[in-house]
Design a protein around this ligand. Sequence first.
Ligand code: FES
Ligand code: FE2
Length: 356
Amino acid sequence: MTMGASHQRGLDPHYYTDPAVFARELERIFARSWLLVGHRSQVASPGRHVTARVGDEHVIVVNDGGTVRGLYNVCRHRGHELVTADEGTASSFTCPYHAWTYGLDGVLLSARGEDVGEVQIPGVAVESLGGFLFVNLDPDAASLADTIPGIEAELLAIAPDAPDRVLSHRRTQLIGANWKVAVENYNECYHCPNVHKTFTAGVVTPGSYRITPRGATIHHTAEGPTPERSGYVRPSDANDYGSFFTWPASSIQCYPGQVLNTFRWVPLEVDRTLLIREWWLDRPEPTPPQQEVIDLDWTTTVAEDFDLMESVQRGMASRGYRPGPLIVDPSGVADVHAENAVPHLHGLLLDALGDR
Ligand code: FES
Ligand SMILES: [Fe+2]
């Protein structure tokens, strides 16, 4: 491979530290993009619902008589959250504050006997990709399939039963870093040989790792190591690793053996991000070998990144930092010696903010 430092530079650091930039991102990116919220198995029967944070909003995704719909999670009376639990089953939603009751379509059914006229909670768009549910707050948004074409087929090629998986495990971590620090870290494996020894030894064959930016997605592919070198017991012989990052802050990842898991990065403040990791397996309670791979991932690859991201966030605020040259493979595809997705993410950001 022909390599060399490119002339591309990182973003000006104020993009990672300025609350005014963060406010623009919520408006221009998180209120207009498709964001992963869960899986259709969580809303499989009428009345089943989940709630999720989407940017600075909170939404309900509910099975309304077979139709999966999204609603803003806010009561039209005086603004209390309508649903306070993460998930549940209901035939209607009753607000905890003054007990107004809404149908699963968001239409007000009863205001404790008062006639208040027609009241309805606004809906939000929900679409599915390989069984995974994404929400978009923008009523004029292009469809998910048009936004990230081809991804569903590629996901189903390495995890054909993705639509049938169920939530088996969830872990969360509050990260003291801007969401872009986290997303950029996820989308480059330039740091993998240096930092993620367990991942490069037992999950993938590092020489095969490739990261391909494609519009609003970044596709990671790799081969697993030989089964004898696998860091965990694989539930199937499938040897492909694949990851499907979707701009701005979601990823569906498949470890060799068809072990599906997801990332959601929720921006809380300019320097605080909530990471939600979920594992989508064939049963709600992981078997001991399944739990082992979950623990292996969380205690090595994922945990190894937390300190890095918080250190980078401190660096973004340093008077001594100037955005350095980025290592870009001229082929457009990065292996573990390049970080092509980083400037690609910067381009998506600047376009969305109208800053170039
Ligand atoms: S705020 Fe919901 S009933 Fe009053
Ligand atoms: Fe990492």
